[in-house]
Design a binder for this molecule. Structure first.
Ligand code: A2P
Length: 342
């Protein structure tokens, strides 16, 4: 059976990628309904060699178009205001924003990790897509937790500007152009608090009372919710001048008494769905954004046992933020939802 599918935020970075992923995965679409603000209503998107007109997001647009699956990626406040109209019209909402993620009766899903949670969708009509940094991290934590049992995770991220949407990507490109025109000092700053070209910024999202940022605390709470386990997580989230793949330096502490076998770690990661290991340091082979960009794979490498403690392993993890961290995970959720009988 085929579905009427809406994309809210159709003109954004994630929205545009969603159309590509839907096409590549041969998603069973009856009617596609691109939605955005009044600013973009009337513009066209291309899908399957056809042009489709973008409609204005309104309270009634879901019912009018008999939408059955609605992807939301237009920011938390848009989801807050409009998701209920999609649900009322009978659609399942797959929400890319952080708005519903921590609500106890809303499933937070990475299909390779906790597909069973999708069943909870009936309670609210909503399935939440986790934060991009969380998605790629739990894809490598899940097989390691099954192997040895994880106690604690310490992670530093190197996050691409695509996490701030099109505005973020345009800001990096413009500042690079300004640099070559010797005008970088006056560069416009909209998406980030500081210049991002030729810089790194150790802040993503707003400050929390405990000294961490909101992004860092998302990685804590979302990891625990997805893994169904009170794993200790400490994150440092850093914005870097990379276009669209996030990297993460991850240290995992396993339960007391575990003696890490690096080969076993490598094999468990290699076996896991949509994870690939690139790990040959002597030949300069490891995951990097230029490898992961435009792919649906989470790459892991630089796997090594701690020098002091046998129950600790360190590794590097890289994935495309727009795809693995957003559009592809959303489409995989929808496909799983269909497979599980809606
Ligand atoms: P628009 O282009 O009409 O502003 P990004 O994450 O790349 O910044 O994209 C954000 C997406 O969310 C865009 O498609 C944008 O549409 C859409 N959007 C933002 N605010 C609203 C709103 N109030 N109503 C509907 N769509 C919105």
């Amino acid at each position: 059976r085929k579905f009427n599918v809406a994309v809210v935020g159709a003109t954004g970075a994630v929205g545009e990628e969603l159309f590509r992923v839907l096409k590549e995965y041969n998603f069973p679409i009856n009617k596609l309904v691109p939605l955005a603000s009044a600013r973009s209503a009337g513009s066209k998107i291309e899908f399957d060699d056809k042009e489709i007109t973008v409609l204005e997001l309104t309270e009634t647009c879901f019912a009018e178009n008999e939408v059955e699956i609605a992807f939301f990626s237009a920011g938390g406040s848009v989801s807050e205001k409009f998701a209920k109209y999609a649900v009322e019209a009978g659609a399942v909402v797959i929400d890319n924003t952080s708005h519903f993620r921590m609500e106890p009766n809303v499933p937070l899903v990475v299909p390779e990790v906790n597909p069973e949670d999708i069943a909870l969708w009936k309670e609210t009509g909503i399935i939440a897509n986790p934060n991009c940094s969380t998605i790629q991290m739990v894809l490598s934590l899940k097989p390691l937790d099954e192997l040895y049992g994880i106690k604690r995770v310490d992670v530093s991220t190197y996050q691409a500007v695509s996490g701030a949407g099109k505005t973020g990507m345009e800001e990096l490109v413009r500042q690079m152009q300004d640099f070559f025109a010797f005008q970088l000092e006056d560069a416009e700053k909209k998406a980030f608090a500081h210049q991002i070209a030729l810089n790194v910024i150790p802040q993503i999202d707003v400050a929390q009372p405990n000294g961490f940022t909101k992004e860092e605390m998302k990685m804590v709470k979302e990891t625990q919710k997805i893994m169904h386990k009170d794993i200790q997580v400490a994150a440092t989230c850093v914005r870097v001048p990379v276009l669209r793949s996030h990297s993460e330096s991850i240290t995992v502490t396993f339960n007391d008494g575990v003696e890490v076998d690096v080969e076993a770690v490598r094999e468990s990661l290699e076996r896991f769905e949509n994870v690939e290991v690139i790990d040959d340091l002597a030949n300069n082979a490891y995951p990097m954004p230029i490898i992961s960009t435009d792919t649906d794979i989470t790459y892991v490498g630089r796997i090594r046992r701690d020098v002091y403690q046998p129950n600790i392993v360190h590794f590097f993890n890289v994935a495309d933020q727009v795809r693995v961290g957003a559009a592809t995970n959303a489409v995989r959720i929808a496909l799983k939802w269909i497979e599980l009988g809606e």
